[in-house]
Design a protein around this ligand. Structure first.
Ligand SMILES: Nc1ncnc2c1ncn2[C@@H]1O[C@H](COP(=O)(O)OP(=O)(O)OP(=O)(O)O)[C@@H](O)[C@H]1O
Length: 250
């Protein structure tokens, strides 16, 4: 099993954002996390990546307990994450951003100058750009990229660190319908080609049901249901708590 959480619990003041959650994400799986606003989805990711310390429970990655490792150590272990908010250097080009990430990954921040990169860094950065279809804007400054391309750059920055598990928090947020489908198709193709274990949070149910092989539903910090799209679609508890709400009504 690639990624597993056992009895994960995290409270903020009196609110249990994640409440005794146990889930498994098998190696190579593509899973969507869904649930109403405030269900604990982002907190769940933050506990897996180490952005927040857990109150109780464990995060197990490839058989190793990583619960108390730092964020950076988890990245080195192979747990990657792209953020909802662009996390790049805005005045650097796409390629320069990726070269910085590749250089940091190989542990040579002293050699960050893009004028004299380490051998292979430019090539690797270009390879990562191609993985997400950003080679067409490799020389464009990050700050002037379209919203969709900025999200792709976030994903590419995570990929530069060679994750085996990739967590994507709302990869299609803020996009129009067409751009959403283009984005999720790229994500799906990436998962297929790179043989990643991919977990993504998504509110658009059309996307979730057509892309994810497996779905986990969180509600009030607990696991409400898990299963295939067909199982989740017909699960009465999920319909009552989430799918039946106005926003997601068919
Ligand atoms: N850093 C924090 N400090 C205090 N409370 C927090 C913090 N992060 C999350 N929470 C609370 O934890 C609960 C779960 O929030 P979380 O952001 O994980 O939900 P979510 O499912 O990702 O929601 P959304 O779909 O709206 O992004 C909410 O009640 C939220 O207010």
């Amino acid at each position: 099993m690639s990624l597993e959480v056992r009895n994960l619990t995290k409270a903020f003041g009196g609110v249990k954002a994640i409440d005794d959650v146990s889930l498994v994400f098998p190696t190579g799986s593509l899973t969507a996390i869904i649930g109403p606003n405030g269900a604990g989805k982002s907190t769940f990711f933050n506990l897996i990546t180490g952005a927040f310390p857990v109150d109780h429970g464990q995060v197990i990655f490839e058989g190793r307990d990583v619960t108390h490792l730092s964020r950076a150590a988890r990245v080195r272990e192979g747990i990657g994450r792209a953020f909802q908010v662009a996390s790049c250097f805005p005045t650097m080009t796409v390629l320069e951003n990726l070269m910085a990430a590749v250089t940091s990954h190989i542990g040579r921040w002293g050699n960050l100058s893009h004028r004299a990169p380490l051998p292979g860094v430019r090539e690797r950065a270009m390879e990562v750009a191609e993985m997400v279809g950003l080679e067409r804007v490799a020389d464009v400054e990050a700050s002037i990229l379209s919203h969709g391309d900025q999200k792709l750059l976030d994903i590419a920055l995570a990929l530069a660190l060679e994750p085996r598990v990739l967590l994507l928090d709302e990869p299609t947020a803020g996009m129009g319908p067409e751009e959403r489908w283009r984005m999720i198709e790229r994500v799906r193709a990436l998962w297929e080609r790179q043989k990643l274990t991919l977990v993504f949070i998504e509110h658009d149910m059309d996307i979730v049901f057509s892309v994810a092989a497996s779905i986990r539903v969180l509600c009030y910090g607990r696991v409400l249901a898990e299963g295939t799209p067909d199982e989740i679609r017909s699960n009465q508890a999920v319909i009552d708590a989430y799918l039946g709400t106005e926003e997601h009504a068919a």
